[in-house]
Design a protein around this ligand. Structure first.
Ligand SMILES: O=C1O[C@H](COP(=O)(O)O)[C@@H](O)[C@H](O)[C@H]1O
Length: 266
């Protein structure tokens, strides 16, 4: 029998699942509910994806009943980060999403806002920010009244074992970027070195942010982040994900939650 539990810690909701299958189902339910809400409210649903094993965990949203019930034609897809490689390269976050999601459901090609793979990291970051600015101007993407940043309906992140999210790595200068919406790196500590990423102000302006973490190798980082409630000087990028007025939900499997000081299934 699958087991799940919901814990509120600081401003985070932690949804802990005993199996990956259960996590994947809950993630699909959560996204489908947000899609319905924003399609009703705004006529569109703007979702920013990341890469990694997150995409495999999104498989259920492409299956019955969601493949039929979700209003795919209203979805606009963005990327919270991308690697500077060609779109058919195995490291490409776009390719991962294309193979895992975009090729499986009836999306509108002009609603897929991927990053340009034919120019430098700097040019692609500038171009992506320009694209987002146009879509904010036409109100496809909502705007945050507090920060003037784009307000994505949902930003989906996956935390790496050392606490990185999107392509925001511990102690990297990109974490301090306050003015740009999209920035670039040429020295990522994880390969490939060149990347493009949303900045923290954009992530934290979203209406909803979900952070997905699975596996025991990430348990220590999960513990550090969740024990840092209210810390004034967070050091891990995942600790800095604190939506200003949006909702933050963490989806964990029991292995990733294994070092938490709560016993989710007791
Ligand atoms: O490099 C990236 O990593 C994260 C996830 O980290 P992982 O170590 O668990 O793969 C991913 O979400 C991000 O989009 C990506 O570019």
């Amino acid at each position: 029998m699958a087991r799940s539990s919901v814990i509120h810690k600081d401003t985070r909701e932690l949804r802990i699942h005993e199996s990956l299958d259960e996590l994947s189902t809950d993630l699909a339910d959560y996204i489908a509910e947000l899609s319905e809400l924003y399609v009703k409210e705004r006529g569109v649903f703007c979702i920013a994806l990341s890469g990694g094993s997150l995409i495999g965990l999104l498989r259920k949203i492409c299956e019955a009943p969601y493949n039929k019930t979700v209003d795919w034609a209203r979805w606009h897809f963005f990327w919270a980060d991308e690697r500077v490689v060609s779109k058919n390269h195995p490291d490409s976050n776009y390719k991962l999403a294309k193979d895992g999601i975009l090729s499986k459901v009836p999306v509108i090609p002009s609603h897929v806002h991927s990053m340009n793979d034919a120019v430098s990291a700097e040019a692609a970051a500038n171009e992506y920010e320009f694209t987002i600015r146009q879509l904010v101007r036409t109100r496809v993407i909502d705007v945050s009244e507090m920060s003037d940043c784009p307000k994505f309906d949902l930003v989906l992140l996956e935390m790496g074992p050392h606490g990185h999210v999107a392509s925001l790595f511990p102690e990297h200068d990109a974490l301090n970027e306050k003015d740009e919406w999209v920035t670039f790196l040429t020295n990522s500590p994880n390969p490939p070195p060149e990347r493009i990423t949303f900045t923290l102000p954009v992530i934290n302006s979203a209406s909803n942010v979900a952070v997905v973490v699975t596996g025991e190798h990430k348990a220590e980082a999960v513990k550090s982040v969740t024990n840092s409630a209210g810390t004034d000087c967070p050091s891990l990028p995942a600790q800095m994900v604190r939506p200003t007025s949006g909702k933050l939900v963490w989806f964990l499997d029991s292995a990733a939650a294994s070092q938490l000081d709560v016993s989710p299934f007791s």
